[in-house]
Design a protein around this ligand. Structure first.
Ligand SMILES: C[S@@+](CC[C@H](N)C(=O)[O-])C[C@H]1O[C@@H](n2cnc3c(N)ncnc32)[C@H](O)[C@@H]1O
Length: 212
């Protein structure tokens, strides 16, 4: 059985997929990333989906270069369509599966990694693969930004608990991930959780960086 890669109804305008979730969260994410991305950042986006974040961020920050990736061929087509508006700065989308060994090979010039809303709609080994690659790519410095819902030790929002049950009912390998567990798999790769930014609808934007 092939599981869905998202849980929403997406429109298609030309070759561009429109994710209502991205429409909603790209502005608050963009407000933070626009301030946090280093000058001339070379951003590698994992699981870029429709390509809307790449498009939005390259509109906000004219100095950055963005590499969108995904495992899903339809998403790559959509990313390529959005990239046409920024031909120099959004690179040709690349098929990438973070559970593959050494998926990071070829992306060594990345200064920044960004991944939104993947690790709960994928088996846990996707989160582990993401952390492993981030550890390899950011050894010399750089940042990783991870956006999505997370489960806290206590005081979880009802919406996140319900979302977790809903995901597990669809696929027992999915689920809203424990912030603590995510923190640990990145720490094991030499990346420390430097900042936790509270976002709308009980989401978080996490910033990881090497300890040096
Ligand atoms: C809910 S969508 C989020 C898309 C986009 N990041 C956003 O915020 O709009 C989840 C994405 O994760 C991708 N994905 C799932 N498993 C993956 C894997 N092992 N490696 C890379 N991408 C993966 C899916 O193809 C899908 O595009």
């Amino acid at each position: 059985m092939k599981y869905p890669i998202h849980l929403e109804n997406r429109d298609l305008i030309g070759k561009r997929l429109v994710s209502p979730t991205s429409e909603r969260n790209r502005t608050p994410i963009g407000e933070h990333l626009a301030k946090l991305l280093p000058q001339n950042a070379q951003v590698l986006e994992i699981a870029a989906g429709t390509g809307q974040h790449a498009h939005h961020m390259c509109g906000l920050r004219t100095d950055i270069c963005w590499q969108p990736t995904d495992i899903d061929p339809d998403s790559l087509l959509s990313q390529a369509a959005y990239a046409q508006d920024f031909p120099e700065r959004i690179l040709d989308p690349v098929e990438l599966n973070v559970t593959h060994p050494e998926w990071w090979s070829g992306f060594e010039n990345s200064t920044t990694l960004f991944c939104a809303n993947m690790i709960h709609i994928a088996p846990w080994n996707a989160a582990q693969g993401l952390a492993r690659g981030a550890g390899h790519l950011l050894r010399q410095g750089g940042k990783m930004f991870l956006y999505g819902p997370f489960l806290l030790e206590t005081d979880n929002a009802d919406s996140n608990l319900e979302f977790d049950s809903n995901l597990k009912a669809r696929n027992p390998e999915w689920g809203v991930r424990s912030l603590d567990a995510v923190k640990h798999i990145f720490a094991d790769q030499g990346l420390n959780l430097e900042a936790i930014i509270e976002m709308p609808r009980n989401n978080l934007l996490l910033k990881f960086a090497t300890s040096s």
